[in-house]
Design a protein around this ligand. Structure first.
Ligand code: NAD
Ligand code: DAU
Length: 354
């Protein structure tokens, strides 16, 4: 399938975070002539070290700023002659949304509306303009042991995080229906890979195993997530940007369901091999802790539409992806150490105790 859209300049929001930075690496490698402007306020989750490989590229510009700053967003869209907005910026961690929901509404809902409004005005001057909202399978709520989320599944978010993402998705829909802003909306399952902030399950386990610290597993450990390598997510977003149909939602998933406890066992075993520890040693660190309130039981994405209409599918097997991810963390311990020695320490103490 050939591309229908070839942007000369894109605005990426949240490009210093986990998925945004991986997207920028991939996108700039495949689109060397496209200008990429990265707007990121650098919250605790934003890290310019994620972008060292592109920081001196003349086609790349970093702007430290807030997606809720309407004049700044309008100025960037105009002065950089932006052809597409790729909106990654968010508060992204479910546990933080339980202890402090307000910032989630500000960033995820108001931030999205600010970008949509600025895009609406800007699109009037650039007819080929596109707006892409990066969203999550969590907007669909929770599944039982059977079935999959399709794009037709009603939204039923359960955490303040997913409610704020669902609110944003509904605004995206409204800007298409009401103003005919050419919007695209992706909804992806759990990502893993390099630059994943160590508050999330997989990097948290890798780090704690390294440090021989307790491995906190919520509830009974039988909640299921569908894991996709971040580079496959990035490729899917690019495909949707270039070939997707405005007004449509596209599900993205790995068809790769794992119970949390099985993922933790796998990471323990792979780490034991690499660290030269006895088989089963790290599993002894597993500690079942109080469940996450409103913990969704199972997510599973049906990505058949994205495959059928855009020809996208994952390229990583989980076996290869998880092994490469663990090796990346082992080779980049300095990146993790800097994070865990900063303000993240206070969050960890509050979430997990001593
Ligand atoms: P992240 O928390 O790693 O990064 C978020 C980035 O947004 C950070 O760089 C942060 O500084 C920036 N940001 C936050 N508030 C901002 C503001 N007001 N203005 C400008 N920048 C701001 O998040 P992530 O895991 O990379 O997720 C990126 C997007 O993908 C989010 O929209 C998330 O909902 C979505 N998503 C994530 C996953 C996943 O598994 N991580 C899966 C599906 C969808
Ligand atoms: O599904 C997509 C979503 O995946 C994204 O929209 C979110 O931004 C992203 O953070 C992620 O949300 P989850 O809540 O699924 O990811 P997390 O890594 O926080 O947790 C994965 C599972 O592991 C979940 O069932 C909770 C459990 N868990 C998590 C942590 C941090 C534990 O058992 N122990 C832990 O310490």
């Amino acid at each position: 399938m050939s591309d229908t859209f070839a942007p000369a300049a894109v605005l990426v929001t949240g490009g210093a975070g986990f998925i945004g930075s991986n997207f920028i690496h991939n996108f700039m490698a495949g689109n060397p002539d496209c200008r990429v402007v990265n707007l990121d306020i650098l919250t605790y989750a934003g890290n310019l070290k994620n972008l060292r490989a592109v920081q001196d590229n003349p086609h790349y510009r970093f702007v430290k700023g807030d997606i809720c700053d309407a004049p700044l967003v309008a100025q960037l869209l105009a002065e950089e002659k932006i052809d597409a907005v790729l909106h990654f910026a968010a508060e992204s961690h479910v546990d933080r949304s339980i202890t402090g929901p307000e910032i989630f509404v500000r960033t995820n809902v108001l931030g999205t509306q600010t970008l949509l409004e600025a895009s609406r005005a800007h699109a009037a001057t650039r007819p080929a303009f596109r707006y892409l909202q990066v969203s999550t399978d969590e907007v669909y709520g929770s599944l039982g042991s059977e079935g999959f989320f399709t794009e037709e599944t009603p939204l039923a978010p359960n955490s303040p995080y997913s409610a704020s993402k669902a609110g944003a998705d509904l605004l995206v829909r409204a800007y298409f229906e009401t103003f005919r802003l050419p919007t695209l909306n992706t909804r992806c399952s759990n990502n893993y890979g390099p630059y994943h902030f160590p508050e999330k399950l997989i990097p948290l386990m890798i780090h704690n195993i390294m440090e021989k610290k307790a491995l906190p597993v919520y509830g009974d450990g039988l909640n299921v997530r569908d894991w996709l390598h971040v580079k496959d997510h990035s490729a899917a977003i690019e495909r949707v940007l270039k070939q997707g149909k405005p007004g449509e939602v596209y599900n993205i998933g790995g068809n790769n369901e794992w119970r949390n406890i099985d993922i933790v066992h796998l990471v323990c075993d792979l780490m034991d091999e690499r660290l030269g520890r006895a088989a089963g040693e790290s599993r002894k660190l597993i500690t079942f802790v109080k469940d996450r309130p409103g913990h969704d039981r199972r997510y599973a994405i049906d990505a058949a539409k994205t495959k059928r209409e855009l020809g996208w599918g994952p390229s990583y097997t989980f076996e290869r992806g998880i092994a490469e991810t663990i090796d990346w963390y082992l080779a980049n311990q300095e990146w993790v150490t800097e994070i865990v020695s900063g303000s993240y320490r206070e969050y960890y103490q509050q979430q997990y105790g001593a």
